[in-house]
Design a binder for this molecule. Structure first.
Ligand code: HXC
Ligand code: NAP
Length: 294
């Protein structure tokens, strides 16, 4: 057996319907794939409907599961409410909300416009708040219980990190929301947990955090005591456990899966201090040129 094998038993998520924000790419897509393999129905949401449609076709063919793609910008509460309604219309009820959608890029904070800072806060913190509030209110109103909210944060939610300050600020808020609602809404039959992944290569993250030759310059595997990056299946295994009934007594926890990275050197992007000031124009141009390509 090795770490890229699938962990839970067949049908472990049978009968569950799971909403994965940002489910059309990267880690969201990997978790979605495993949920489908374990028998769940999955609603995948993001801003890009074309991408979601193609992922639906790919994953339905690969797993035999059922995927509903819903276009929804998590920054807008009206779009989130509409997404809740279309999910319910298709599947009757929703059991799990996985807040995975995020926006991020590296930049010295003094180079950020107010709108650039807001954009990250709005996707990560306000987006998670919008989805959590919309589903939470619905479940409370309908008196539905045994519901799970799983939030994807990162280890700099508690260490902070230079050069990704809006993301660190927003993820810290998401972690506070996770722990707060774990207590407040337990009485309504909801559990709240979070995963803090270390480096798991995805196009979305790597284009924005390690543009150009930063990939070679800052080999993230070297920062990890275990000397490797994460495998998507390792994260999917953990997520599947946390949304399943096997974790019914786990509430208010953040599970770090980073090979020991943050303990070795807290502040994931602090290493960007080594980038000379004059390189930032070029790096910014490279990041901007990747817009809408992930
Ligand atoms: C400075 C920038 C910038 C950059 C954009 N902006 N890119 N400022 N440096 N590289 C500014 C813009 O000029 C604008 O401000 C504001 O930010 C909003 O930009 P838009 O392009 O209009 O926003 P939008 O189209 O909404 O795109 C959002 C985005 C984009 C976050 C900028 O990158 C995106 O769509 N990202 C989604 C996917 C993603 O980020 N995935 C990575 C997650 S990785 P002005 O003032 O000009 O209007 C992650 C990992 C954590 O979270 C830990 C990893 C180890
Ligand atoms: P990714 O592929 O870029 O995922 C981000 C997703 O969010 C995309 O599918 C994107 O879809 C969606 N999204 C962005 N803005 C949105 C908005 N306004 N409304 C709705 N959806 C939006 O990157 P990833 O690496 O898989 O990241 C997934 C999660 O893991 C994030 O929460 C990230 O912070 C976290 N994380 C990743 C790592 C890592 O090493 N990869 C480490 C720690 C934490 P559209 O562009 O189509 O909208």
């Amino acid at each position: 057996m090795n770490y890229s094998e699938k962990m839970l038993r067949d049908d472990a998520l049978k009968g569950k319907t799971i909403v994965v924000t940002g489910g059309g790419s990267g880690l969201g897509k990997s978790m979605t794939t495993y949920f489908l393999e374990l028998g769940a129905n999955v609603v995948i949401t993001s801003r890009n409907m074309e991408k979601l449609q193609s992922v639906k076709a790919e994953l339905e063919a690969q797993t035999g599961g059922k995927v509903l793609p819903v276009q929804c910008d998590v920054r807008h509460y009206d779009q989130v409410e509409a997404m809740v309604q279309s999910s319910i219309k298709e599947f009757g009820s929703i059991d799990v909300l996985l807040n995975n959608a995020a926006g991020n890029f590296i930049s010295p904070t003094e180079r950020l416009s107010a709108n650039a800072f807001d954009t990250i806060i709005d996707i990560v913190l306000k987006g998670t708040k919008n989805c959590t509030l919309a589903f939470g209110k619905h479940w409370i109103d309908k008196k539905e219980t045994n519901k799970v909210v799983l939030n994807i944060v990162t280890t700099y939610a508690w260490t902070g990190s230079a050069y990704v300050v809006p993301s660190a600020t927003a993820k810290a808020g998401v972690l506070a929301m996770t722990r707060s609602l774990a207590v407040e809404w337990a009485k309504y039959g909801m559990r709240f947990n979070a995963i803090a992944p270390g480096p798991f290569p995805t196009k979305g993250a790597w284009d924005r955090l390690l543009p150009g030759d930063l990939k070679e310059k800052f080999d993230l595997a070297k920062k990890v005591p275990l000397k490797r990056v994460g495998d998507h299946q390792e994260l999917a295994n953990l997520a599947a456990y946390l949304v399943s009934d096997f974790s019914s007594y786990l509430n208010g926890e953040v599970v770090t899966i980073d090979g020991g990275e943050w303990l070795k050197g807290a502040g994931q992007m602090n290493l960007l201090e080594e980038v000379p000031e004059q390189m930032w124009d070029m790096l910014e141009m490279m990041i901007r040129s990747k817009k809408n390509k992930s």
